[in-house]
Design a protein around this ligand. Structure first.
Ligand code: PMV
Length: 337
């Protein structure tokens, strides 16, 4: 190894799926059963610095200014093993990460987390990857992370090869091409009880409704892509809302069933439906947690936000717009001397 410093820092935004990824066909390689489509958000992000060093005997993790737990460190080390293998290197790394995403409450912190880690670690170790290559690496940390490499509207093609070499994301529309408002509506800040990994596994293995999901998600993808091409907000909204409900319906059929919703989730859903009755175009989507993301046109943002803030169970509403993909920062979070 040269005496050059093997350090890099990357910032990645999280993303919200409009057409969900739900179910793996390969647990180890994070290969999905279906393609998915997301918007990268501009307000929730992770910044990660990775430095590989010769004197280290193991990887080290600092997570939000505190030592990472043994469980987190283990996950990150096995992810770094993928990158070490790709680079033909055996060095261990210091990883320091700052997460600006409310974790494990249906806000996809793993997406920005693994996208930033993949970008920083591959650059620090000297791998020169295309966005597709980086997307494939990020996918193996958390499926949804493969979409956070890009800004704007992003499609993750499920691929069909066993080695995963055709399963990566690509941008379909950049963040400046179509402005929509995404409101992150927090009804609880608690940790979710079933991880998305466990939730999807149980659904695939035991839900009689899962086949219905697989039979129709391809049509949802095509419809959503057409709506995005035509900048047809109403059509896109109807498709994404239906897709989210369908994903949650598959979980209700799992054994034991998985119910991520809380009473506040339903309160938000009903308010959004009422707003539509009142003539305001707005739609909701929900990931593996109780919190809701609401989409509206920027001209209606204030009205929708106000309506949601008036609900008893709503603790916080944060506005986002389409955001950019992964980028490298010249300042590192820490440089070990
Ligand atoms: O990649 P994961 O493990 O964060 O799973 C993401 C699952 C959903 O958020 C529910 C859907 C999606 O496509 O992001």
């Amino acid at each position: 190894m040269s005496s050059n410093k093997l350090i890099a820092t990357a910032k990645a935004n999280t993303n919200i799926a409009l057409i969900k990824y739900w179910g793996k066909r390969d647990e180890k390689l994070f290969l999905p059963m279906n393609s998915s489509l997301s918007i990268t958000l501009n307000n929730f992000h992770t910044i990660t610095t990775v430095e590989f060093r010769e004197e280290l005997k193991e990887d080290k993790l600092i997570w939000n200014q505190a030592p990472g737990s043994a469980k987190e460190l283990m996950k990150i080390s096995s992810f770094l093993d993928i990158i070490r293998k790709e680079a033909g290197a055996s060095l261990y790394a210091n990883v320091i990460t700052e997460n600006h995403v409310p974790t494990a409450a249906g806000f996809a912190s793993s997406a920005s987390g693994y996208a930033a880690l993949a970008a920083a670690a591959t650059k620090a170790i000297g791998l020169d990857l295309s966005p597709e290559g980086l997307s494939k690496i990020a996918r193996q940390g958390s499926g949804s992370a493969c979409r956070s490499i890009y800004g704007g509207f992003v499609e993750w093609q499920k691929g069909c090869l066993e080695d995963g070499s055709d399963s990566f994301a690509r941008q379909i529309l950049d963040e400046k091409a179509w402005n929509v408002t995404i409101l992150s509506v927090m009804v609880t800040a608690g940790q979710k009880k079933v991880s998305s990994r466990e939730g999807m596994k149980r659904t695939v293995e035991s839900s009689p409704f899962y086949q219905g999901w697989l039979d129709t998600v391809g049509e949802d993808m095509e419809a959503a892509k057409k709506a995005i091409r035509n900048r047809d907000f109403e059509f896109l909204g109807a498709v994404l809302e239906g897709n989210a409900l369908k994903m949650h319906a598959t979980m209700l059929g799992a054994k034991p069933p998985i119910i991520y919703w809380e009473s506040g989730t339903l309160e938000v859903i009903h308010r959004i439906q009422d707003l539509r009755q009142e003539g305001i175009l707005t739609f909701f989507t929900i990931d593996a947690g109780p919190n809701v993301k609401v989409l509206c046109e920027p001209k209606n943002e204030d009205k929708v936000k106000q309506a949601l803030m008036g609900l008893r169970s709503v603790q916080k509403v944060i506005s986002c717009n389409p955001g950019e993909g992964v980028k490298y920062l010249s300042e590192h979070l820490i440089e070990w001397t």
